[in-house]
Design a protein around this ligand. Structure first.
Ligand SMILES: *[C@@H]1O[C@H](CO)[C@@H](O)[C@H](O)[C@H]1NC(C)=O
Ligand SMILES: *[C@@H]1O[C@H](CO)[C@@H](O)[C@H](O)[C@H]1NC(C)=O
Ligand SMILES: [Cu+2]
Length: 664
């Protein structure tokens, strides 16, 4: 790479490149009138200064009902990444004057001004909405000062294109500031998904958006259960802070989420729970008598499980993490970080407006946000009156009663309770074999690291010889609590594993020598052969923590065969013992297919996959509450290097920085 001259762009607030300033003023909301009935009375086709917008959004014609026999499209998107202030001039008098807020082109967030990172000046970023089989091309142009990034397409399996998975230093070189990268892959996995920067802090600061892959009604086993699947019925839930994460180096304990947002908007509530900002509520329009498919995404970056309920309506769950399930009736939804649920909402109540409430748990504890379900253009007074206030507090009380905290039995992840796969298309037979060809037991926990001496922390002159001891272990008086998988702290390599394996040094890998040290930080790879039925048993030992974690595997969706908390701390030996007696429950009949799953504390979750997608796939925790250490993650290497599809010839290279032979 050499010494590239890089000049930071002055004070963040002052410099806005011309293109984006234009964008800010231009209407990006090109409403499409499909399916047949357009129900959005406020739909406007705005074309002010439209050229730039057209360019960024020209693939909106890919958002369409998917028809049998229609030719797949190539859908182009341009994502401009930049730092922008929320609630800036582009908002005009919004949110103070609510009539000025209709489809504005500024980012409101929770109505409190801060700096954020954005995709095309939107929060959430530009929605990708395509049909199954379309080719998605996203040109990412990064103007994030001093930051490198990469975008992960959560839920897409990247079969044949593992180098498009967007994990920096695993599948690609990070996209550096003022450079471009083109993602190109087939949208092969239908359903409700999202994308996000794979850097947690960028994700938390706004780089995420919905990614919807529709399919023809013939292929969706639940298509007869709803009348409408509208592009505006996406509910993207996220969590927001008053301050940017990236330019604000906080101690982990200060990583504070202060608002839940629904489609990038919401009220900031002061700690005394009084509204601290005047904000319009996100509205979802329906017509009485219609059955509507809503696509709900928990796109929260950190440990923010959310509960969603709609006043006066029950919800019919029809898909989880994009995969169809047998329709099941629910009073509320519980979505762990990264999970998606598709529901059918039957608009069979008296024509009026109804609250949609989202309550947070864990790191989003005590946070809530509201949106409105509006029938037939019903209007609601924009200041809350006594009636709407009391119906809101009734709804809130009902939700608290159902799910006071996540330890309550009524408040468990959905799949344990009731989800049954409704797959007709996928070949489940390979997955539902009675015995897996291979089993992996993956233990993790929170461990206390203590008693490091000056001698351990060898600030020695030869970097290669020193015991690697990160400063966060040393620089404390109290033991440091670290989440680890198999007592290893994950460390990214210095060049991408997938695209430049020849640069991976043996000493980066987790070997016996490293494991024998007091503290081992290394590139943790678990190798599995191609084309086997694999059980992964994730074991949360629960000695060091009482908290349950949510995991996500890239490159696959898997069956969730079973999950249980034993109620006492466990280790892998005990779980293996139980398994050897055939006592780990495995549902081989109708287990749901997911890509994100909760592992109960002091317990296990068994997932089953068929390893037919070669690659280096990240297995990572979604419920990270801090960014310290490597966190809970490791790589599943499926197949050998020669099974991998070759990286395109023009794929960017990086990571050839060399350390000098001598230091000093
Ligand atoms: C709010 O904005 C609307 C539309 O721009 C305008 O007609 C109205 O006068 C404004 N109201 C106030 C109180 O400023
Ligand atoms: C977990 O909960 C138990 C019982 O409430 C408590 O004794 C223990 O200290 C907790 N452990 C941690 C790490 O918080
Ligand atoms: Cu993923």
């Amino acid at each position: 790479m050499g010494a590239r001259c890089w000049k930071p762009r002055g004070p963040l607030l002052l410099v806005l490149p011309n293109v984006t300033a234009l964008l800010l003023l231009a209407g990006t909301f090109l409403m499409l009138n499909w399916p047949p009935v357009s129900i959005r009375s406020t739909a406007v086709r705005m074309s002010r200064g439209g050229e730039h917008v057209e360019q960024l959004e020209k693939s909106r014609d890919c958002s369409r009902p998917c028809l049998d026999g229609e030719k797949a499209k190539e859908c182009h998107f341009k994502f401009v990444l930049e730092t922008v202030p929320t609630v800036d001039r582009g908002c005009s008098k919004c949110p103070a004057n609510e009539t000025e807020c209709v489809e504005r082109h500024c980012v409101l967030g929770d109505g409190v001004q801060r700096i954020m990172l954005s995709v095309n000046r939107k929060l959430p970023g530009t929605a990708v909405q395509v049909c199954e089989g379309d080719t998605v091309v996203v040109d990412v142009e990064s103007h994030l000062p001093g930051l490198e990034t990469a975008l992960h397409w959560y839920g897409q399996l990247q079969r044949g294109t593992p180098y498009m998975d967007g994990v920096p230093m695993i599948t690609q070189c990070p996209i550096q500031s003022e450079t471009n990268f083109r993602y190109k892959f087939r949208a092969s996995n239908p359903g409700t998904h999202f994308y996000h920067s794979h850097y947690v802090s960028h994700h938390a600061d706004g780089i995420f958006g919905p990614f919807i892959v529709r399919q023809t009604p013939r292929l969706d086993p639940n298509s007869d259960l709803y009348d409408y699947d509208l592009e505006e019925h996406i509910v993207t839930i996220s969590a927001w802070s008053r301050y940017a994460f990236v330019y604000n180096l906080n101690l982990p304990e200060n990583m504070h989420l202060s608002s839940i947002l629904i489609n990038g908007k919401g009220t900031y509530f002061n700690p005394d729970s009084k509204p601290g900002s005047q904000m319009p509520k996100t509205r979802f329009a329906v017509k009485r008598g219609g059955r509507y498919r809503f696509r709900v995404i928990n796109a929260a970056p950190l440990d923010c499980p959310v509960q969603l309920q709609v006043e006066g309506h029950r919800l019919m769950i029809i898909a989880s993490d994009g995969a169809p399930v047998k329709s099941t009736d629910a009073s509320h939804l519980l979505l762990f970080p990264g999970e998606r649920y598709d529901i059918v909402l039957n608009a069979d109540q008296p024509s009026s407006s109804y609250w949609i409430m989202v309550r947070g748990h864990d790191q989003c504890k005590n946070l809530h946000q509201e949106a409105l379900l509006v029938y037939d253009g019903a209007t609601l007074p924009h200041k809350l009156n006594d009636i709407t206030k009391s119906s809101l507090s009734e709804l809130s009380a009902a939700m608290v009663k159902l799910c006071p905290s996540l330890s309550y039995p009524t408040c468990r992840p959905q799949e344990i309770k009731s989800l049954q796969t409704a797959d007709t298309q996928n070949n489940l037979a390979k997955l539902q074999v009675p015995q897996a060809d291979m089993k992996l037991f993956i233990p993790f926990d929170v461990y206390a690291y203590d008693g490091f001496t000056d001698a351990d922390v060898n600030f020695g002159f030869s970097l290669k010889e020193s015991l690697y001891s990160p400063s966060y272990l040393y620089n404390r008086n109290t033991p440091v609590q670290l989440s680890q998988v198999d007592r290893l702290t994950f460390r990214y390599p210095s060049s991408p594993l997938l695209s430049q394996p020849e640069f991976i040094l043996r000493e980066m890998l987790c070997d016996e020598q490293c494991r024998n040290r007091k503290f081992c930080e290394c590139l943790h790879i678990v190798r599995v052969p191609l084309n086997v039925a694999l059980d992964v048993v994730l074991v949360d030992e629960g000695y060091g923590s009482n908290h349950s974690n949510t995991f996500h595997l890239h490159g696959y969706n898997f069956l969730v065969l079973g999950s249980e908390s034993l109620g006492h701390p466990v280790d892998v030996a005990e779980i293996k013992q139980i398994d050897s007696h055939g006592l780990l429950s495995r549902n081989l009949v109708d287990a749901p297919r997911k890509d994100t799953v909760v592992v109960p504390n002091k317990g296990y979750t068994i997932i089953r996959l068929f390893t037919d997608n070669p690659g280096y796939w990240l297995f990572e925790v979604r419920s990270e509450s801090s960014i310290i250490g490597g966190g809970l993650q490791f790589i599943v290497q499926v197949g050998e290097q020669n099974h991998l599809p070759p990286v395109p010839p023009d794929f960017p290279h990086c990571g050839t920085h060399k350390w000098p032979n001598f230091v000093f």
